[in-house]
Design a protein around this ligand. Structure first.
Ligand code: FE
Length: 286
């Protein structure tokens, strides 16, 4: 049990973002809540896609072979089964509650395909940038099944799953240098509160995927992303749930480096993007 910590000053909500309905892969319906226009503001995070459907037509086509270079993809499956295969020889089955943390580094070609033909498919894919010096690192891959994701239940009954970073003394499944990402999945019962310390310089956001929350008095509705202000005196974020709610709390240290994206490649310069396209075309990513 963890007591409700006292914050000196909680962060306020700077902006509320409504996602865009997009179709990606071979026809998967997605709510893109963090898109290119927010990459600078939410540095080191490049993208957050949310998906949830009980209609197989919305997801069954999956994401056949496609490349990535220059960042990490973090896929968190709330419900469903997703098979991953990549050109570095990694294969894994992501199941309900599990996380796949893939470092694309200098490049992989991979597929992400649903292994269910009915039922609900729900989850998120977050793109986390790599520092310039690590963009051409060797590809890496980790499957973290639900049972291996650390968590706790707070004194107020909030179930916290610590995917990355640290929360109330509980170390997450993943720790990353430089960007020090925090990635929490929160399940808040009616009438509960949750507070989390955050370094003022770290960019942070909350995505509400079930129910609604109040953050520093501001209501954040379902399927809204709240960008948290970086007030220099603020020491964390405080959430209140009047009714049951589920949300992701994500934060990290900005890299402050140039971001040049072309589809699945995110580098620092146009020249590096051209090199990525050449390498992909000539089969050097596989
Ligand atoms: Fe991918």
């Amino acid at each position: 049990m963890t007591a409700y910590p006292t914050l000196r000053q909680p962060r306020s909500v700077e902006r509320l973002i409504v996602g865009q309905a997009v179709t990606d892969g071979a026809g998967v319906k997605i709510n893109r809540v963090l898109s290119q226009g927010l990459q600078r503001r939410l540095d080191p995070f490049l993208m957050l896609d949310a998906f949830r459907s009980d209609d197989p037509n919305d997801y069954i086509a999956g994401f056949p072979d496609h490349p990535h270079r220059g960042f990490e993809t973090v896929t968190y499956l709330v419900a469903g089964r997703l098979r991953h295969r990549d050109s570095a020889g990694h294969e894994g089955l992501l199941q309900s509650g599990g996380v796949q943390w893939m470092t694309a580094g200098r490049g992989v070609v991979h597929s992400e395909m649903p292994e269910q033909e009915d039922g609900v498919m729900e989850g998120f894919q977050l793109w986390l940038n790599l520092p310039a010096r690590d963009k051409m690192t060797a590809p890496g891959y980790r499957d973290i099944p639900a049972a291996e994701i650390p968590g706790y239940v707070s004194a107020e009954g909030v179930t916290v799953r610590v995917i990355a970073g640290e929360s109330h003394g509980v170390a997450g499944a993943v720790r990353r240098p430089v960007t020090e990402p925090l990635y929490l999945d929160l399940d808040l019962p009616a009438g509960s509160r949750f507070a989390q310390a955050l370094a003022p310089g770290h960019n942070a956001f909350v995505y509400v995927y079930r129910g609604a929350l109040a953050i520093a008095g501001e209501r954040v509705a379902e399927r809204r992303l709240a960008v948290l202000a970086n007030e220099p005196q603020a020491d964390g974020v405080a959430l209140e749930a009047a009714a049951p709610a589920r949300a992701l709390l994500i934060a990290g240290r900005p890299l402050g480096e140039p971001i040049v994206q072309y589809g699945p490649f995110v580098m620092n310069t146009e020249e590096e993007i051209r090199a990525a396209l050449d390498d992909f075309r000539d089969g050097r990513l596989a």
